[in-house]
Design a protein around this ligand. Sequence first.
Ligand SMILES: Nc1ncnc2c1ncn2[C@@H]1O[C@H](COP(=O)(O)OP(=O)(O)OP(=O)(O)O)[C@@H](O)[C@H]1O
Ligand SMILES: [Mg+2]
Length: 477
Amino acid sequence: MTAPAALNPLPAGAGTAPGPVLIVEDSPVQAEMLRRVVEGAGYEVQLAGDGAAALALARERRPAAVVSDVNMPVMDGYELCRRVHAEAGLADVPVILLTSLADTRDVIGGLNAGADCYVTKPYDEAQLLATLRTQIDAPSPPSCSAGCPPMRLRIGDAVHEVRPRDSRQLVGLLVSTYESAVYQNRQLRSVQDRLVAANRELEESNRTLEAAYAELRETQSRLVQSAKMASLGELVAGVAHEINNPLAFVLNHHATVSRALAQVGAEARPHLTPERARLLDKAAERLTDMAGGLERIRDLVVKLRTFSRLDAGEIRTIDVAEAVESVLTLLQHRLRDHIRVTRRFGPQASLECYPGPFNQVVMNLVANAVDAIDADARDGEIVITTSQEAEMMHIEIADNGKGMSDAVRERIFEPFFTTKGVGEGTGLGLSISFGIVRQHGGTLEAFSQEGVGTRMVVRLPLRQKVPAAATNTGAQT
Ligand SMILES: Nc1ncnc2c1ncn2[C@@H]1O[C@H](COP(=O)(O)OP(=O)(O)OP(=O)(O)O)[C@@H](O)[C@H]1O
Ligand SMILES: [Mg+2]
């Protein structure tokens, strides 16, 4: 606590030694703090722990002023004030009461006790010393022997009788009460300003927190997605492997059986009854059907393998436009006459990638676009756009097909999710493509509006950061 330098110590007076400032406080810690403040301003200080002790000290040596707590054991501040002013030699000793001023009735109590002024607790040192100095330096008031007449004041529901010592005490106490209120108001305002600033900071932190939370949720969903894909990849790889061995075996034997049946059938046919010959033909037909079925299983195994591990081969620099053209050639039979393909290829077409998987992505996207366009539509269109931005290649495949509902769009990258009929779609095209694009360090996004069309956007880095091992074969997605 620092004392204001401008304060003057107790004036020497006209020949009489100035008395001490009598501090009356039952809390030793509070008493010690008060003593330091008042002594720091150059006043002599005497301490008393309660009203009775204070009165005894004041009788021994007349104090220049009394600074007293209100709530104390033995004798409270009001009673002390009354007794001090009742003593012949102490009647004009100013009494400053320290109070929290939490209740309007405190003012009535102070007035009736003859207190000169209030200082609110927690006190401001400068305000306390300024009050003390004013009380000590003020010239003696003209005596008001008759005293002020008692007044009846209504505060809230109660009527109080007020008996001020004289007009000076009345005005002095009220003004000091007002000063304290002003001081407290100022304190409150500064607290309010700090609160507003803290609130603003809190809002800002809240916004940052919300953004971090959203990012966390997104990262989490990406992690879950990639974990799902990884474990599914393992499962699918196992299934594909288990199917592949017996499939190879069945395909070989199917070929052998077909050949044998053809040979034996040719030799035996002249000797067969018409019924047996029909049976032979039926067996040959069934073998052909089986070949179709086995072919579809083989296709599926190839897709499953690509899904589980990117059959990468080597990274090469390809011409994107050429790659797209080759895919379109392969899909020509599916484009038929009803779909027009518009090419908007940008000038820069070089891209570093695993060519096989890259072609597969384009193939899957174009095939989906074809499927989305009604076979009877006359104005079906697929627009393929390539462009380069910064270090990324953008490939966009847009169609004016049936589009997707939000519910479908949310699930299209899930393996085996399909809206196509049995035998028409496996639901692996986009999940495979998603894995391939991510393996290249790129992104695949879908924008769609039901009944209007779909835009699939692939973004790939122009250059691949080649991990030596990745050129080997498919790193797991
Ligand atoms: N361009 C598109 N327009 C409308 N729906 C689409 C489009 N592309 C994909 N879809 C929807 O996403 C689903 C999943 O597509 P995905 O390519 O993964 O599997 P699929 O085409 O059904 O089967 P396949 O394994 O033969 O590709 C499709 O069944 C379809 O409902
Ligand atoms: Mg597909």
